[in-house]
Design a protein around this ligand. Structure first.
Ligand code: NI
Length: 167
């Protein structure tokens, strides 16, 4: 396994749309293992391949307390959504920024597992937030783009300042 570098907002590569995975093979399974190591090390509860500059439709999520429930979704697709919830979100690509985002309360998702088998997942609460946040990444969308342009401008300025301090 290997730790992968995570792209930082506003890197333009975060806005690339990811391509469908045509075949779930060892290279995809290795990507999932590397992404999992990277996510747990960060630490985070979700990671999209886009964030490690691999523009394929692969996301991983683990919202458990003890990092025991790794979920890998390949070519995830939201089939149904209902309700509304507001959750304070963060993102490994937007370090130190936490903002409230409104999303669906429940989603039903279809995806392929690491063996290439199709499955559906019914998620609510935090898991549903995570699924929507990570699928956004595959579309080239970072969570701050759900916020007002004014807030986005402030976040960009704050991140630029952080980058100057750490450089
Ligand atoms: Ni994110």
């Amino acid at each position: 396994m290997a730790l992968l570098p995570i792209l930082r907002y506003p890197d333009p590569r975060l806005h690339k749309k990811a391509a469908l995975v045509s075949r779930v093979d060892d290279s995809i399974r290795k990507l999932i293992m590397d992404m999992a190591e990277t996510m747990y090390e960060a630490p985070g509860i979700g990671l999209a391949a886009t964030q490690v500059d691999v523009h394929k439709r692969v996301i991983i999520i683990d919202v458990s307390e003890d990092k025991s429930a790794l979920l890998a979704l390949i070519n995830p697709e939201i089939l149904e959504r209902s309700g509304e919830q507001v959750c304070e979100e963060g993102c490994l690509s937007v370090p130190g920024i936490y903002e409230k985002v409104t999303r669906s309360e429940r989603v039903k998702v279809r995806a392929l597992d690491p063996q290439g088998k199709s499955f559906t997942l019914e998620a609510e609460g935090l898991l549903a937030v995570c699924v929507q946040h990570e699928i956004d990444h595959l579309e080239g969308k970072v969570f701050v783009e759900h916020l007002s342009l004014l807030k986005q401008g402030r976040i960009k300025a704050k991140l630029a300042k952080q980058a100057r301090i750490t450089a």
